[in-house]
Design a protein around this ligand. Structure first.
Ligand SMILES: Cc1cc2nc3c(=O)[nH]c(=O)nc-3n(C[C@H](O)[C@H](O)[C@H](O)COP(=O)(O)OP(=O)(O)OC[C@H]3O[C@@H](n4cnc5c(N)ncnc54)[C@H](O)[C@@H]3O)c2cc1C
Length: 417
């Protein structure tokens, strides 16, 4: 795909952005036979900065396992306090890391093969122009389309977001490198290590954090200290200090740091209020799972249905841009998906009030659920009824301190620092 400069042009759908969301929905729309333009602030072949982890089953079900760069058959968590109580849980499910450049190329090739255009420029504003939408771009350019999909990430360019006081952020500080000793068991993926025997009494009163880690092979590991979600988010300095303390406790101090990851994204923003001038996808459209933080699997699963609905609307011929935009939002967020999202947001608000011990107890019960239920919860692949059933079972399994925490109004749950 040869990036062009922006110019005067009209197309079926203009997709804004150059990250996974933009490429994913643009490729799905192209698959439906629509004319698609991609407008990205930077060359969409620019390497992406984030590492994307995913449960292997998610990509296997979609026939996309070849997009994985790493795969761990053994995935574990620790929900004990540490010392003699490691609370080891074997998840029994393979976990993977997507090969970022392969994933990017997968979508770019689909666009290129269909002869779609890729434009470089920044979307600055949008207005209705008769039945079309006109986007103003950097460099004083205009682009016209029947529908515009804003996929410019968590601070969208053209979607207006609701004002809310506190959106919780998942913050993490990670290191890719070599260590004095393996920081985790070689060959494994650690989803959540909540052991906290390396922390002082005062630190254990602060917001709880856990280790997310993987063995990258040949003596390299990725270790990341992560906070589930908090508003305001846990500062990087605190996460870094806790990570180094955890590693020192295991005599696994870093000896060579290749890369540091500073991760922060919103977990539970409300969905954009409708109507909007443009449609949305990805971070711009609230697609991050409010309880698990995952989004890539959801985009891969949900893009085809949204693209099909949009193609149906465009091919019907008589819908104007406002009607197409409504149709696109409805296809992405039907009422069942909205309800499930509110349910996850509610759950997260509860967990944010849990202290360290209660959070460990909660996750120990959560992962005692049958695998299809915890997997379906984390990946949002359960129906609303199944999700309700899973929550009833979780409540029945949970110890009393967790039940009490779930029943207390969120604002009255214990608060941290
Ligand atoms: C460090 C980190 C790690 C994460 N790890 C995972 C994970 O393991 N698994 C998972 O499922 N999710 C993960 N997430 C959450 C989520 O999947 C990512 O945030 C994801 O990158 C969001 O994709 P996006 O395409 O919506 O936005 P972004 O990746 O932020 O891409 C936005 C794109 O829009 C472009 N853009 C911005 N403004 C304009 C404009 N005005 N005009 C045109 N283009 C514009 C930008 O240049 C960029 O290309 C992670 C997030 C972070 C920050």
């Amino acid at each position: 795909m040869n990036p062009h400069r922006t110019g005067e042009m009209t197309t079926d759908v203009l997709v804004l952005g150059g990250g996974p969301a933009a490429l994913c929905i643009a490729a799905a729309l192209s698959q439906e036979g629509l004319r698609v333009d991609l407008l990205s602030a930077q060359d969409p072949r620019t390497p992406w900065p984030n590492t994307y982890g995913i449960w292997c089953q998610e990509v296997e079900r979609l026939g996309l396992a070849h997009l994985l760069g790493h795969r761990w058959e053994r995935s574990v968590s620790h929900f004990g306090a540490g010392g003699n109580d490691d609370g080891l849980r074997e998840h029994g499910l393979a976990y993977g890391l997507l090969d970022r450049s392969r994933l990017q190329q997968h979508w770019l090739t689909a666009l290129d093969d269909a002869g779609q255009r890729c434009l470089i420029g920044k979307a600055l504003g949008v207005e209705h122009n008769d039945t079309l939408l006109q986007v103003h771009c950097s460099g004083d350019q205009q682009l016209s389309a029947r529908l515009v999909v804003d996929a410019t990430g968590h601070q969208p360019a053209l979607i207006s977001q609701r004002r809310t006081s506190a959106v919780a952020g998942q913050a993490a500080y990670g290191i890719v490198g070599r260590f004095q000793r393996p920081p985790i068991e070689p060959g494994t993926f650690v989803f959540m290590d909540f052991r906290c025997d390396h922390l002082g009494a005062e630190q254990r009163q602060q917001p709880p954090t856990f280790l997310y880690a993987m063995d990258l092979g040949e003596g390299r590991f990725f270790v990341e200290e992560t906070s589930l979600a908090l508003a305001p988010p846990v500062p990087y300095a605190q996460l870094r200090q806790r990570l180094l303390q955890r590693l020192a406790h295991r005599r696994a101090e870093p000896i060579a740091i290749e890369h540091e990851e500073f991760c922060l994204f919103p977990m539970n923003p409300p969905l954009p209020a409708l109507p909007q001038a443009v449609a949305g996808f990805g971070g711009a459209a609230g697609m991050v799972h409010p309880a698990s933080g995952y989004m890539v699997g959801a985009m891969l699963r949900r893009a085809p249905a949204m693209a099909k609905a949009i193609a149906g609307g465009i091919n019907a011929g008589d819908l104007d841009s406002a009607a197409l935009t409504r149709l696109a939002w409805q296809a992405l967020w039907p009422s069942e998906e909205r309800l499930k999202r509110e349910f996850y947001r509610f759950g997260l608000a509860k967990l944010m009030g849990f202290d360290e011990a209660r959070l460990r107890h909660h996750f120990a019960s959560f992962f005692a659920l049958p695998e299809p239920l915890w997997f379906g919860f984390l990946t949002n692949t359960l129906s609303l009824t199944e999700l309700g059933g899973a929550m009833v079972r979780l409540f029945a399994l949970a110890p009393w301190d967790v039940r009490a925490g779930l029943l207390l109004p969120a604002r009255e749950a214990p608060h941290h620092g």
